[in-house]
Design a protein around this ligand. Structure first.
Ligand SMILES: Cc1ncc(COP(=O)(O)O)c(C=O)c1O
Length: 349
């Protein structure tokens, strides 16, 4: 898509609620991209990528940071850096790192996963973590890492929950990684500094391309030694890029301008969730809508016809027959919310 088309698409009236990854760069972000200073980042010469990495490291309270193409690449880089072949990662059975990243750590790194149940709020229970740690016995893989996720399905883990899990991991000699693809949604919701959430985790992955609204990119942060090795692994994964400052500028813009506004996404999600409960066949557990995601339970086999009806009106919602996800983001405001509700009234009439 060229610059002119990108600007045109900002005015596209379609309401896309499938994910917060669907956002288009705003004019301010596009301006930052167009005016970015660039250089060859493989030589370490891209001033904007360097600025983003320094800014992000400081923001996250870590020694160093690395800009990667995607959340999947960032998580994979973290796992390859922390673990050797024959080592194992304890994580939630519904966490993205385990069930939605093509098993990359196993395929490419010879690393095993030891999944445990997620609790009702998407977190992990300490007793389950401890119970999954393998004894030091030559029959077993070596338990090496604990991988957490915040937010999960839009639900927030508090600082004390993350701290307790991280400390438990540390006590048992594990490295602790946090997949914070949507971490800023959690910290905005809790009204805390993001670094407070990260004191006891060794590495964190933060996506710039979800609620933060950049077209691509993820930050991986941790100690200097960790990032040096992750830099090597990024190369190994084919993720070393050249004049990447154009994209880093979007990420920098997102971190400087799009964090606090996510509170509006959370309010909009809650407002929509409450309104959805007026319809027969739809039930939303409003207590579970903590940030920008809504899960509708659908009864009566109406999901497909409802989805088609909305699609014909330019409104896209998630897949599924019994449970459908809706996600709010910077392309969704009160006006869009009213349109969605009106089209649903039309459908149910
Ligand atoms: C929790 C979580 N982690 C990681 C990722 C991977 O990000 P990406 O799609 O940029 O690879 C996603 C993607 O939606 C995610 O939801």
């Amino acid at each position: 898509m060229n610059y002119a088309n990108m600007i045109q698409s900002i005015n596209n009236p379609m309401i896309d609620m499938r994910s917060d990854t669907v956002t288009k760069p705003t004019r301010g972000m596009l301006d930052a991209m167009v005016h970015a200073s660039v250089g060859d980042d493989v030589y370490g010469d891209d001033p904007t990528a360097n600025e983003l990495q320094e800014f992000a490291a400081k923001l996250l309270g870590k020694e160093d940071a690395l800009f990667l193409a995607s959340g999947t690449q960032s998580n994979l880089c973290a796992m390859l850096t922390h673990c050797q072949r024959g080592e194992e990662i304890i994580t939630g059975e519904h966490y993205h790192i385990f069930d939605s990243e093509a098993g990359g750590a196993s395929v490419l790194g010879g690393i095993m996963f030891a999944p445990i149940s997620n609790n009702r709020k998407g977190g992990l229970d300490i007793s389950d973590v401890v119970g999954k740690i393998k004894p030091n016995d030559s029959h077993y893989a070596i338990t090496k890492m604990l991988s957490l996720e915040n937010t999960h399905d839009g639900m927030v883990q508090t600082v004390s929950e993350i701290n307790d899990l991280a400390n438990c991991g540390k006590k048992h000699g594990l490295v602790v990684h946090l997949d914070g693809a949507r971490l800023m949604n959690a910290t905005v919701k809790l009204n805390i500094d993001v670094s407070d959430m990260l004191r006891n985790v060794d590495s964190v992955s933060l996506c710039l391309s979800k609620g933060l609204g950049a077209p691509m990119g993820t930050i991986l942060a941790g100690s200097k030694t960790f990032i040096k090795q992750a830099h090597r692994n990024r190369k190994l994964l084919g993720g070393a890029m050249r004049q990447v400052g154009v994209m880093a500028a979007a990420g920098l813009y997102a971190l400087k301008n799009n964090v606090e506004r996510m509170d509006a996404d959370h309010q909009n999600a809650l407002r929509l969730a409450e309104q959805l409960n007026q319809f027969p066949n739809i039930n939303v557990n409003v207590d579970m809508v903590e940030t920008n995601m809504i899960f509708m339970d659908i009864k009566g086999g109406i999901a497909e016809s409802m989805r088609k009806h909305l699609q014909n009106k330019g409104i896209l919602i998630g897949p599924g027959n019994n449970k459908i996800r809706l996600v709010t983001h910077l392309g969704y405001g009160h006006e869009e919310g009213d349109l969605v509700i009106n089209e649903l009234k039309d459908f149910f009439n």
